[in-house]
Design a protein around this ligand. Structure first.
Ligand code: R1P
Ligand code: URA
Length: 236
């Protein structure tokens, strides 16, 4: 047990899906998992373990932003022994070729955050996805006919930039596809502790075209993302 998690040893499966939103964790557990049991509810940051296609898998909410995710992920790895961590998030679009509802597989995650910089001195560490998880997700998305893009994401500490897309500077011109708030530290912690991580995000609002997803589309798009993540998780 930790200050943020009252699950007991063995309550989590080795593979976990990580949404930011606790209600998304509940929805995933109730919609996709069999025999899902609540294993954590400290601060209402809900965590569940059940099975998918007969294989054990967990889902744990991480809250919003890198400091919040870092706490849950640090503990999931170091206290509970998890080995495969797949973020299932939403993101904004920074490139018009990414359409709302498309998935972004974050091959890498740039960041403005000191949480990634703190140990690297003069170096700019490049947080990257586990290649096996990334390849499996891309192969499965293709086989399922799910629209996806693999590339660079930015994990920003700032949701409300004063100047909209201008706030992301030259990142869009360097091929960065989308913006969310957690992947970079997830990848950094996975590298530090020798486990596998991938962030998959559904693009819900495009900062270039101003297009946004509506409520009905959101549900079906998140279904594509969660199904893909579960298929990858049970084979990891
Ligand atoms: O939908 P989630 O997983 O929370 O992800 C995105 O949504 C939140 C901001 O609205 C941030 O956490 C961002 O990363
Ligand atoms: O972090 C996020 C998530 C969704 N949309 C954004 O613009 N930013």
């Amino acid at each position: 047990m930790t200050p943020h998690n009252h699950a007991k040893a063995g309550d989590y499966a080795e593979a976990v899906l990580l949404p930011g939103d606790p209600l998304r964790a509940k929805w995933i557990a109730e919609t996709f998992l069999d025999d899902a049991k609540l294993v954590n509810s400290v601060r209402n940051c809900l965590g569940y373990t059940g099975t998918y296609k007969g294989k054990p898998v967990s889902v744990q909410a991480t809250g919003m932003g890198q400091p919040s995710l870092a706490i849950y992920v640090h503990e999931l790895i170091n206290v509970y022994g998890l080995k495969t961590l797949i973020r299932v998030g939403t993101c904004g679009g920074l490139n018009a070729k990414v359409k709302v509802r498309d998935l972004i597989l974050a091959q890498g995650a740039s960041t403005d955050s000191s949480i990634v910089r703190e140990r690297f001195g003069a170096y700019n560490f490049a947080p990257i996805a586990d290649f096996g998880l990334l390849r499996a997700a891309a192969d499965k998305a293709e086989a399922r006919g799910t629209r996806y893009h693999a590339g660079n994401m930015v994990s920003s500490d700032i949701f409300y930039h004063a100047n909209g897309i201008e706030g992301y500077g030259s990142l869009p011109a360097h091929g960065v596809l989308g913006v969310e708030m957690e992947a970079a530290v997830l990848y950094t912690l996975a590298a530090r502790f020798g486990v596998k991580a991938l962030a998959i995000c559904t693009m819900t609002d495009c900062l270039v075209t101003k297009e946004e997803i509506d409520a009905e589309q959101r549900q079906s798009s998140l279904t594509d993302m969660v199904t893909l993540a579960l298929e990858v998780a049970i084979e990891a």
